[in-house]
Design a protein around this ligand. Structure first.
Ligand SMILES: CC(C)(COP(=O)(O)OP(=O)(O)OC[C@H]1O[C@@H](n2cnc3c(N)ncnc32)[C@H](O)[C@@H]1OP(=O)(O)O)[C@@H](O)C(=O)NCCC(=O)NCCS
Length: 189
């Protein structure tokens, strides 16, 4: 496996068969999924993911280039059947003993299959900081549910944080670190 966190997901369930036959929202079957480090070659697919996931808050091109190149940032992509379908970036601030989850998004047609959870857990592991923080739109119930399930607690709100005046919920998680977390270098926004 080396650097890669390789996952094979097989779908034999009647649910998916039923879903593809009778639902107007068709989810392509996940034959295999890899969680891999992302780099500048992923700029095009990342832009599509950003625009699909954050219609109001999509990062400009320069920010996307920065997140794919900045030293220290942990950046991971979820790849299904050769296509990048999800992305996460974590920004470690070693001096503060913490990291920010800067962004997390999965293409709409690939959601509710556990991809964001896997990206989050692998990113947390690679960040390897005792404290993790993120902010999320206060009304983003689905994402907040995921974060709460993974141990994040509500620690504050930033009013009018987003460009459209929306409020942000700040969430925090404590985790055990392994080895010398100060020497970690990989992947940021
Ligand atoms: C939030 C987001 C990343 C979740 O991606 P995902 O791959 O669908 O998430 P998962 O399948 O790993 O979901 C894990 C759990 O989170 C919760 N969850 C995720 N999306 C949910 C939704 N829309 N409604 C309710 N619960 C939801 C569920 O408990 C889910 O478990 P379940 O499917 O077994 O019930 C995705 O919906 C997305 O990209 N949204 C737009 C961008 C965004 O809001 N990013 C997060 C804020 S920074």
């Amino acid at each position: 496996m080396g650097d890669y966190f390789l996952i094979f997901v097989f779908y034999f369930s009647l649910f998916n068969f039923h879903d593809s036959l009778f639902s107007s929202h068709f989810s392509p079957p996940l034959l295999s999924m890899d969680i891999l480090p992302a780099n500048l070659r992923d700029l095009g697919p990342l832009r599509r993911i950003e625009q699909a996931c954050f219609p109001k808050d999509a990062w400009p091109l320069l920010d996307l280039m920065a997140v794919l190149t900045w030293p220290e940032v942990v950046r991971l992509k979820a790849v299904v059947n050769g296509q990048m379908v999800g992305f996460i970036a974590g920004d470690p601030r070693r001096g503060e003993g913490m990291a920010w989850i800067a962004t997390l998004g999965v293409l709409p047609e690939y959601r509710r299959q556990g991809i964001a959870r896997l990206l989050l857990l692998e990113c947390e592991k690679r960040l390897n900081t005792p404290r993790l923080r993120l902010c999320v739109r206060l009304e983003n119930d689905g994402a907040i549910r995921l974060y709460e399930q993974e141990g994040y607690l509500r620690v504050g709100t930033w009013t009018k944080y987003y460009n459209d005046g929306g409020d942000a919920l700040v969430m925090e998680k404590l985790q055990a670190v392994t080895g010398d977390s100060s020497s970690e270098t990989q992947g940021r926004k």
